[in-house]
Design a protein around this ligand. Sequence first.
Ligand code: SAM
Length: 199
Amino acid sequence: MPSQSSVRTLKKPRLDDEVRFLRSWIEKPLHVGAVMPSGRPLARTMAQYVDRNSNGPVIELGPGTGAITSALIDHGIDPRRLVLVEYNPGFCALLRDRYPQAKVVQGDAYRLRDTLWNVLSQPATAIVSSLPLVTKPMLTRLRLIRDAFTALAPGAPFVQYTYSVVPPIPKSLPGVSTEASERIWMNLPPARVWVYRKR
Ligand SMILES: C[S@@+](CC[C@H](N)C(=O)[O-])C[C@H]1O[C@@H](n2cnc3c(N)ncnc32)[C@H](O)[C@@H]1O
């Protein structure tokens, strides 16, 4: 069940977050990768790929102002299971304030092994990523998913959305099964969720 504070967060007007986002995007467009936070249909779709009945940590990469974090809590994930890896110190301060039970790690998600080395005590149930992957070279994306699979329990999902029409990570990697959501037209811009699991 979501806590009272998370319910309050979900109902909070989004204008502040949109302003924060736009400001960060103006400062670092390639880092932020979007001009506004994800909409609820996209956030809910991301969250539904996470098994709420398992008990390992759920890692979120690039939580920003918490649009997907709130959807994960609403989906039934205990906030104490959340590990939020965010680069932007301003967003980290906001996340600590909004989700005091979650572990907020200020660090570089593309250096996932270094960033998480002393954080996880058991394999993760899911990694949910909003990183703007398409701004990075393919080798960086492949290293990210390699390191993600090291942190994940066998068969656990790496969940990533993209605005692009092509998958952000190739869909035919050896030993990896891939699935995709329908295109989510209710998001601006429309997005698709890709899910990768090591077989
Ligand atoms: C497209 S925004 C998504 C924010 C939020 N999850 C949402 O969907 O509204 C990408 C987020 O990734 C963060 N980010 C970018 N590069 C990062 C990195 N190397 N490590 C951690 N976070 C990063 C940005 O600061 C930003 O918060």
